[in-house]
Design a protein around this ligand. Structure first.
Ligand SMILES: [Zn+2]
Ligand SMILES: [Zn+2]
Length: 247
């Protein structure tokens, strides 16, 4: 509460500007993006691949009739997770927000970005009810030192607190430092991330329904590698949620 009042007073003296459009934000609620910019975020909507959430070029009617529609990739591949979902397209304002958050240390963006995830899980109650435990995708300790924080951990804590779902950040560890996945093909990504993770405390995940949380889903290589390790440790079902999905 005091934080809130302090923030409000600070905004009166030094008004915050929206990090995207530059307009001053009157009631910031701690956000550094204005509401107008936030409203332009394009959410992932039906019809989509039921496995990986990739938007599909079919009619919504056909999507409703058919129970299991997969994209071309998911028809060929077996994943260790049940399904992956993303809130919005990795584009426009959402892409810019994630960049500012991750690479420019705009930690304040955790709040509005976390709210996007909260809204998503509020709307998709049947999905939320499946989750026993949230595991954020870890960073290697060198990357963590450089960035100062793990964006996925911050987001996981926001939704964990809101829905009272436990978050475990020490269970899944990134043991190998991997070059950035940006610009790599699916094959190269798979190879790059192969066996990069290990489970530190298997008893924490055994028999549990796990939500793997990350910021972006690109080809699914990273979350699949995490899911594979979790599966080996005896988890029940694994689900994936990311803020954004590259389309
Ligand atoms: Zn704006
Ligand atoms: Zn798919």
């Amino acid at each position: 509460m005091i934080e809130y009042v302090k923030e409000g007073l600070l905004n009166l003296v030094f008004p915050l500007d929206c990090k995207i459009c530059g307009k001053p934000i009157r009631e910031s609620k701690g956000y550094s993006i204005c509401e107008d910019c936030f409203k332009t975020i394009e959410l992932i909507d039906k019809p989509y691949c039921v496995k990986c959430n990739k938007p599909l070029l079919i009619s919504v009617d056909l999507f409703r009739q058919e129970q299991n529609i997969f994209c071309v990739d998911c028809k060929k591949k077996k994943y260790s997770f049940e399904f992956a979902r993303s809130v919005g397209r990795y584009d426009g304002v959402l892409r810019e927000c994630i960049h500012l958050f991750k690479y420019y240390g705009e930690k304040k963006l955790a709040k509005p970005l976390g709210k996007l995830l909260i809204d998503y899980l509020t709307k998709n109650e049947e999905f939320r009810e499946l989750i026993d435990l949230i595991i954020p995708v870890p960073l290697h300790k060198n990357d963590l030192k450089e960035r100062g924080f793990n964006q996925s951990v911050l987001l996981a804590k926001i939704i964990g607190n809101y829905f009272s779902i436990p978050v475990k950040e020490e269970v899944l560890i990134k043991k190998r430092l991997t070059p950035s996945q940006v610009g790599l093909s699916k094959k190269e990504r798979d190879k790059n991330i192969f066996k990069a993770f290990f489970i530190n405390e298997p008893k924490e995940v055994k028999g549990k329904n796990i939500l793997i949380l990350d910021d972006i889903f690109t080809t699914g290589s990273t979350v699949e590698e995490c899911a594979k390790e979790l599966k080996k440790a005896g988890t029940k079902n694994i689900f994936v949620l990311t803020l954004a999905r590259s389309v």
